[in-house]
Write a protein that binds this ligand. Structure first.
Ligand code: ADP
Ligand code: MG
Length: 421
């Protein structure tokens, strides 16, 4: 046997659980798909397409439904000689302005040698280039702007739907499919943009546990060998998915994590215990990502609270976190923030689920105050803000967590002598 041996006991096709996998059928979205299909029907009739706007939280099937229908639309349109259909799909994550969207669209129509850079042209001339590319392409052009809520100005959303009416296009018939994960995006559009972009609006509601269970059952058929899942596994993944956000992506990720853990265990069955462990692992990953994304002051506030908690001082009020935070900031060579800003960091940590907050009443005279405590295990927190802990030094209360493990990076970190505070 070589060093690598193929594992085949659990998965039939693990890739079917990945983000980029497109299921052949969508489960339980008949109503939304009917409306969506009707909105695209004019394309087949050779008419000017409707603009469609899809909205709903992440993981509710908006992108999957779009890929599914547009693929069918392209296949079916190919049967009609008089229909020239072109579909251009852009994900706007990372594109913050209409200008960037317009340059990306221009480049979609151009050869590699004629690409334009994303800076350096006046906006009006990028739009001119776009109109001439669209007209040169001609026929019916569907432009999908997925995650369009990332685009901060609505110029392109105004210009595209009106390009024909404004005389910018003569031959091409264009339709826009806008997709948003953010509910407020639609309401924040100016009325003139909304009325043209949102000719047909389709809301994708969150999934409940029953929906998720059906989606998972379908996916399991493709991804896993028959009979390797204990009967409780799918219901448990579905229940967690429904509890979290009704997000199919999260449930599928959880199932994959459970499958991977079972595979690592060298067992031939995926059990509920693997789902439970998988959930904890994913949760830790999310929290770690959340902490890594904070500013250093966020870390300093968290480090201060963590050490107070370990000294059994928590739950603790903001004003009692302050002296230690100030001290840590100074040790890390940073100017401490004013109390209000420091409190904002506590609120943010609470919002991320990293620390817990309790409202308390100030007794008879009314008024409330908030108390904070840790809500995560210490190793995870220390690991996620390792750089800050290095900068401040190792506080007495966390020594045992950092110094007992010889493989830890902190063995040579300076162990600070903290004055009592
Ligand atoms: P959104 O675009 O709304 O954020 P996606 O379309 O990316 O969500 O869906 C998230 C994941 O869940 C994808 O892997 C997708 O294939 C799957 N999925 C969502 N809805 C369904 C469904 N109704 N049937 C089967 N798979 C689904
Ligand atoms: Mg999507």
């Amino acid at each position: 046997m070589g060093m690598f041996e193929r594992d085949t006991d659990i998965y039939r096709d693990r890739d079917a659980l990945r983000e980029d996998y497109q299921p052949e059928q969508l489960v339980g979205r008949d109503e939304e798909l009917d409306t969506y299909r009707a909105a695209l029907q004019p394309v087949i009739n050779g008419e000017q397409p409707n603009n469609v706007f899809l909205y709903g939280k992440t993981g509710v099937g908006k992108t999957a439904a779009t890929r599914y229908l547009l693929q069918h639309l392209q296949e079916d349109a190919a049967h009609y000689d008089d229909i020239e259909l072109t579909v251009v799909a852009l994900n706007c994550d990372g594109l913050t302005s209409s200008y960037q969207v317009a340059t990306r669209l221009v480049n979609e129509f151009r050869d590699d040698t004629e690409q334009i850079s994303t800076t350096g042209y006046p906006r009006a001339s990028v739009y001119e280039m776009l109109w001439s590319e669209l007209d040169e392409c001609g026929g019916t052009i569907l432009i999908v702007l997925d995650e369009v809520d990332h685009v901060e100005d609505d110029s392109i959303l105004y210009q595209l739907p009106r390009a024909r009416a404004n005389g910018n296009l003569s031959t091409a018939k264009i339709g826009i499919v806008g997709i948003s994960n953010d509910f407020s995006f639609r309401d924040d559009l100016s009325p003139k943009v909304r009325s043209s972009l949102c000719e047909q609006e389709i809301h994708f509601p969150a999934y409940d546990a029953t929906d998720l269970q059906k989606i998972l059952e379908q996916r399991v058929e493709v991804a896993f060998h028959d009979g390797v899942l204990d009967p409780g596994v799918i219901p448990l993944c579905a229940a967690y998915g429904a509890k979290d956000a009704g997000d199919a992506r999260q449930s599928i990720d959880l199932l994959m994590k459970a499958g991977d853990l079972a595979r690592d265990d060298d067992t031939e069955r995926v059990a509920e215990e693997h789902v439970e462990r998988g959930r904890r692992a994913l949760e830790r990953g999310r929290i770690k990502e959340g902490i890594t994304g904070l500013t250093q002051h966020g870390h300093l506030v968290l480090y201060a609270l963590l050490t107070l908690d370990l000294e059994n001082e928590a739950p603790v009020r903001s004003r009692d976190v302050r002296p230690r935070y100030t001290r840590f900031a100074e040790m890390a060579d940073r100017d401490p923030l004013v109390p209000r800003r420091m409190r904002d960091h506590l609120s943010e940590l609470a919002m991320l689920g990293i620390i817990s907050v309790t409202e308390r009443n100030e007794g008879r005279r009314g008024g409330t105050y908030r108390e904070y405590a840790l809500d995560m295990d210490v190793d995870l927190l220390l690991d996620a803000m390792a750089d800050t802990v290095q900068d401040v030094g190792v506080h007495q209360s966390v020594k045992e967590f950092l110094l007992e493990d010889p493989t830890d990076d902190f063995t040579d970190a300076r162990v600070s002598d903290f004055a009592e505070d």
